[in-house]
Design a protein around this ligand. Sequence first.
Ligand SMILES: [Zn+2]
Ligand SMILES: [Zn+2]
Length: 278
Amino acid sequence: MGKPAVPEGPVETAFEKRAARAELLARGPVTTAEPLRFACGLYRVQGRLATTIESLHAERPLSGRLDEDADRFVGHLVDLLRFAAEQGPPAIVADAERRQRERAFQTRSRLLEWWNGDGATAERYLSRALLRPYVEVLAHLRVAPDRLHGPGQCPFCGGGPWIAVRREDADGGDGRSRGTGARRLLGCSLCGAQWPLGRILCPACDEGDPVKLPSFQSERYPAARIEACETCRRYVKSIDLTVDGRAIPEVDDLLSLSMDLWAAGEGFTRIEPGLAGV
Ligand SMILES: [Zn+2]
Ligand SMILES: [Zn+2]
């Protein structure tokens, strides 16, 4: 598996690009303006937090060990918690409100639990959102996070793949996907990196039999596809950049939320929830 590609430029710029895309899409004729507006606000708070964490690193380098580094930034999470409590979807508001009342050591231990894979499911969304700026800063600094990497997870940070991307296969290398001549990559929900999924394969269970890997499309969202696995009943949503090169997959994902609801109705579970929490 190759080195994951990390977005170029300052960390806050990467968050701002996503925010601007979400803002633009929310103004269009969409049924999902609300989650897009929330995503836009979340990216902006995360971008500011990333800048703060970068300045902490400039004072003294981050170690990549969350148990050491968290002490330095937990005090800066208040803005993100306030935003989530005031504007978040119902599923995360209660978690955000409770964390606002907690002391710093409790905030820290809740994040460490999630980091080590033991966090409660209901806390997953917010833990991931709170830690993304930290991990994305580490990615830009090329400081490897000290975290277990399970199979199918991001080779840099162990984050879950929340999106798949299809793009033109420029180098003719591996990653060719079913009949499209496009390259298939997975996008990390924690550090923003992308890494190739080298062949027809379920990222969750390694199923490689094409007959058991159906994909579903909707005429309404030509760039989106549900790539499912009948063996483990999980799926990843892919965004085809050859349909719209301006798409930012994790943001454009929110346009086709109805496809996720359809997949859930068919008994499939998304490998890693997207920004809407499903
Ligand atoms: Zn990652
Ligand atoms: Zn599978």
